[in-house]
Design a protein around this ligand. Structure first.
Ligand code: ZN
Length: 302
């Protein structure tokens, strides 16, 4: 292999780079609500797989604040994790990662279920709601598990929430092949609720319409005791999109123009506010606030 093709091969690979220490997952407090990040994996990949218009030159133009989210040679660090939200009496899991049993196009991890159960007092039985920000394979994989040849809900006591628009849109075009294993079994068990895109889950939690990446994509807003946090879903795949909202996950987007408009609308809402941003694909430290800069917005981690 020539030097050039060798370096291209190494840039093109997808590599699971680490699992966090399950004994000390990242956690945040938002008023009286607690949020815990449970990691399935962090995948090092070329931006060309997900953000194909993100050139090294554009990345270099952003500044040092992007460094936690990229490895050498501009390789992107794509984190796959769930957020567990403890809100009053409710335990809510936001997105369920990939799962190795579903054999998706990115690697899942068989140990994730145990790590998730360990992060929840009472284990998976104690989960009241599972929110799918959207129905792509890396957000619904652990919705179900295979038991005795059948797909059954992984969270036996939970109602699963997806937006009506997401459900109908995915029924019309199931290009990621999630319906049979990850959605239809929930419908058959009567545990899936198709809700409005601004559905309120409880006093502290509501969905935020953010279509574009998918037909009925939602974010999750946490508001408690005067504090706020936004779980992004895939409205943003990387904090670099706060500075460069025109950079889209164009291969995976349902509607890249709408996805870009959604990002601009969310940035307007977040910039220089006190709202903590919890990125659904942001590698550790995963959280921060959107600040205005001389030319573009940027992400102030922490
Ligand atoms: Zn995703």
């Amino acid at each position: 292999m020539s030097e050039l093709s060798e370096s291209r091969a190494s840039r093109d690979r997808q590599l699971v780079v680490h699992h966090e220490d399950p004994a000390s997952p990242l956690r945040w407090r938002v008023g009286d609500v607690e949020v815990v990040r449970v990691e399935e994996s962090v995948i090092e990949m070329s931006p060309r797989y997900l953000l194909p218009d993100l050139s090294q030159e554009l990345l270099d133009s952003c500044g040092e604040w992007v460094s936690p989210f990229f490895a050498e040679e501009g390789q992107m660090l794509l984190s796959i994790h769930s957020f567990v939200v403890f809100s009053g009496d409710n335990t809510v899991v936001v997105d369920t990662c990939i799962a190795e049993h579903t054999q998706r196009r990115l690697p899942g991890d068989s140990g994730f279920g145990e790590r998730l159960a360990a992060a929840i007092p009472g284990g998976l039985d104690a989960v009241d709601f599972v929110v799918c920000t959207h129905m792509h394979f890396d957000h619904v994989g652990w919705n179900t598990e295979r038991v005795g040849g059948e797909w059954v809900p992984t969270f036996p006591s939970a109602r699963y929430l997806v937006s009506e628009d997401e459900l109908s849109g995915t029924r019309a075009d199931d290009s990621m092949e999630v319906m049979e294993s990850s959605i239809d079994p929930l419908v058959e068990c009567g545990v899936l609720d198709a809700v409005d895109s601004d559905h309120r889950i409880d006093d502290n939690l509501c969905l935020v319409p953010s279509a574009g990446h998918s037909p009925g994509h939602v974010c999750v807003m946490i508001e408690s005791a005067g504090e706020r946090a936004l779980i992004t879903g895939d409205s943003f795949h990387s904090p670099v999109q706060f500075a460069l909202p025109e950079i889209s996950a164009s291969y995976a987007d349902f509607d890249s123009m709408a996805a870009g408009a959604t990002r601009r609308r969310l940035i307007d809402r977040l910039v220089d506010s006190s709202t903590l941003v919890l990125g659904s694909h942001f590698a550790p430290p995963t959280s921060g606030r959107v600040r205005s800069g001389p030319e573009t917005a940027w992400f102030d981690v922490g």
